[in-house]
Design a protein around this ligand. Structure first.
Ligand SMILES: Cc1cc2nc3c(=O)[nH]c(=O)nc-3n(C[C@H](O)[C@H](O)[C@H](O)COP(=O)(O)OP(=O)(O)OC[C@H]3O[C@@H](n4cnc5c(N)ncnc54)[C@H](O)[C@@H]3O)c2cc1C
Ligand code: HEM
Length: 438
């Protein structure tokens, strides 16, 4: 990581003024987005409007689409994430090791979107202009100079880490830079609202190795999605198999708009328009939600479509021949809304070290307790507590943000060490997941 440091004076100013910035964070970020996206229509395409706090009225998602709906906070999670991180990072710039985990997570996301060094001065310019516009005279020249310097150091840090990640992927066997055309070889219905897409490179070359739990970014042209900069949409999808199968597979849930809200742009496109034989632009795999080297039992926990990355880890652990106890807890609405069901059940049957625990929140008449699922209800503290082998395990989970908060809180209550807790968010990182842990 970058060795550039800030003067003690700059650090002192940034730390002293951070609370004011935090207090006005939502207003600053709205101002920032409005001006940035207005002046840079091409950059606008990179951002998902569903993740922004630009002042558009949004309602909380229904239970049915809880997975995505939950990250629409008042200001939008992405807005919150950006201010939190800018604020948090800038005030920890004198403690780079502490910043590393946050920087790495964001850098993977940026690199997967092909964010380039030349983007950083633009973001910095608009961010600082918004700080000045909102804080007015409070933001003196001295304060602005300190924040400018701090942003520069943070930007350099991201640029360096992202360049390393991109180069590593580009030079790996079968790797590439940016996006590569892939052909959809197969489209398979997985459940009432999820389908899998099997992809291989159009040029016939090999699929690169990836780590189970990683995701790719799709760059799609969606005609219905028109913005001033064009129709391009970027979305991340976890690879939903272990590596080494000779293809990429993603499993995508169709997101219906609740209460008259629009349907999910990209998932609708995949479900309604993408056919076998179509060609799609795909990034190399990124992400740090991967199996850690550890002798402990493994516990995988997934809810809804969050099962995809967890399944990849589960399958990979079995492919590697791991024969210590593996627990797989999942929460679905019912058997019809249970993607990858057959694969999970077949693997659990074949491997005596696997214990599968399925929670159905609203089992249908076809679902039989004991045969199709183990618990009628939601997965939480009680079910986990009764069925876990103890707390000395490696825990991996994904799901809707409130679900993740419940699981994170439960693991904390069970006394699980923080470094054995691993999770991925299927949207901007939700700081509230850790809310019950502090
Ligand atoms: C690392 C990572 C891995 C992921 N892996 C997977 C995966 O394996 N499978 C998967 O299915 N998804 C996954 N996702 C989520 C995926 O990237 C998309 O976010 C998801 O498919 C929704 O995208 P969309 O374009 O369909 O919906 P968007 O257009 O982004 O909309 C999101 C939601 O908001 C609602 N909405 C849109 N506009 C409004 C509005 N104005 N008011 C209220 N509601 C609104 C939509 O109905 C939808 O439910 C992952 C995300 C990340 C970050
Ligand atoms: C120091 C500067 C920056 C900081 C602190 C920052 C912070 C963040 C954070 C916190 C996220 C959410 C990631 C997650 O939760 O996993 C994010 C995502 C993102 N960032 Fe940045 N970022 C910076 C610079 C940039 C630049 C220069 C660009 C280029 C345009 C950019 C584009 C994006 C995009 C497109 C996303 C995904 C958002 C979405 O899904 O809508 N960021 N960034």
């Amino acid at each position: 990581m970058s060795r550039k440091t800030l003067s003690a004076e700059t650090v002192a100013i940034v730390k002293a003024t951070a609370p004011v910035l935090a207090e006005h964070g939502a207003t600053i970020i709205r101002h920032f987005y409005r001006h940035l996206l207005h002046d840079h229509p091409k950059l606008e395409l990179l951002f998902n409007p569903a993740n922004q706090g630009t002042g558009e009225e949004k309602t909380r998602g229904s239970q049915q689409e809880a997975f995505r709906g939950d990250f629409f906070g008042q200001e939008g999670a992405r807005g919150a994430a950006l201010t939190n991180v800018l604020n948090g990072s800038m005030t920890s710039l004198d403690d780079l090791p502490a910043l590393k985990a946050t920087v790495m997570r964001i850098a993977h996301r940026h690199a997967s979107l092909d964010i380039r060094p030349e983007h950083y001065p633009i973001i910095g310019q608009y961010f600082l202009a918004s700080v000045k516009a909102i804080l007015g005279d409070v933001a003196t020249d001295e304060i602005m100079a300190a924040w400018r310097e701090a942003y520069g150091v943070l930007a350099d840090l991201f640029i360096e880490v992202e360049r390393d990640l991109m180069q590593k992927n580009a030079h790996a066997p079968g790797g590439w830079e940016g996006f590569r055309p892939f052909v959809v070889r197969q489209k398979v219905k997985e459940s009432e609202d999820a389908a899998s897409f099997y992809l291989s490179p159009k040029d016939g070359g090999p699929v690169p190795h990836y780590e189970a739990g990683q995701y790719v970014t799709f760059r799609l042209e969606v005609p219905e999605f028109s913005r001033r900069g064009g129709n391009t949409v970027y979305r991340n999808y976890s690879l939903s198999t272990a590596p080494g199968k000779g293809y990429f597979r993603v499993t995508i849930k169709r997101e219906f708009g609740a209460k008259g809200n629009p349907d999910g742009v990209c998932s609708r496109f995949f479900h309604e328009h993408v056919r076998e034989g179509d060609v799609l632009d795909v990034s190399t795999p990124f992400g740090e939600f991967t199996l850690v080297d550890s002798p402990r039992p493994l516990v995988f926990i997934g809810a809804g479509i969050g099962i995809t990355a967890v399944f990849s880890l589960f399958q990979s652990a079995l492919d590697r021949g791991i024969d210590r106890p593996i627990y797989f807890f999942l929460m679905m609405r019912d058997g019809r809304h249970h993607p990858l069901r057959r694969e999970i059940e077949a693997l659990a049957q074949r491997h005596p070290n696997v214990t599968l625990h399925r929670c159905y929140s609203q089992p249908s008449a076809e679902d039989e307790l004991g045969r199709d699922y183990e618990t009628h209800g939601r997965l939480g503290l009680g079910t986990l507590g009764r069925n876990l082998p103890g707390n000395d395990c490696e825990f991996y989970f994904t799901g809707p943000i409130p679900f993740m908060r419940t699981i994170r809180g439960a693991l904390h209550l069970f006394g699980v060490a923080a470094d054995r807790v691993h999770y991925e968010c299927y949207g901007p990182h939700g700081p509230e997941i850790e809310a019950d842990v502090r």
